[in-house]
Design a protein around this ligand. Structure first.
Ligand SMILES: [Zn+2]
Length: 147
């Protein structure tokens, strides 16, 4: 999903439970975890938690919702999985995660997806070649699954 779609869902939850807005760092962590989901799934998940949860959902609650969404919508999931991942390197998230330093990433130099994410505008933008030339390694859990 696009960052604005992700942020809309997050804002809905924050206002629904009357929570303090998340910090940029928290938003990054959440986006790293859920940014590669299709927007339609994210919207359904947010709708589900606001209808059914009595408290602000944990990432585990949303993981469970994501699992259930895929079970409930197999053909939609297959379609979205093909359509949504426009960049095979970053899986649309705009970020490439580095190995050895948790939370460390660069902006994906293979697509323009990171340009739509103001929270990470100050991070370096690099391609996979530039990362390896720099002597860094890619996180094997990178959402794109290419590495
Ligand atoms: Zn990319």
């Amino acid at each position: 999903m696009r960052f604005d779609e992700f942020e809309n869902g997050l804002s809905r939850m924050v206002s629904w439970w009357n929570r303090k807005p998340l910090t940029d760092e928290q938003v990054k962590i959440w986006f790293r975890k859920f940014g590669s989901l299709p927007a339609v799934a994210w919207t359904d998940m947010i709708e589900g938690v606001t209808n059914e949860c009595r408290y602000f959902p944990t990432p585990k609650d949303l993981d469970d919702r994501w699992y259930k969404w895929r079970q409930d919508n197999p053909s939609l999931w297959a379609r979205e999985a093909r359509r949504n991942i426009s960049c095979v390197i970053c899986a649309g998230s705009g970020m490439i995660f580095l190995w050895g330093a948790p939370g460390t990433f660069v902006r994906c130099g293979h697509c323009g997806n990171s340009d739509a994410i103001p929270a990470i505008a100050d991070a370096m933008k690099m391609t996979v070649d530039q990362i390896t030339e720099h002597g860094w390694r890619l996180d094997p859990c990178q959402a794109g699954g290419l590495v």
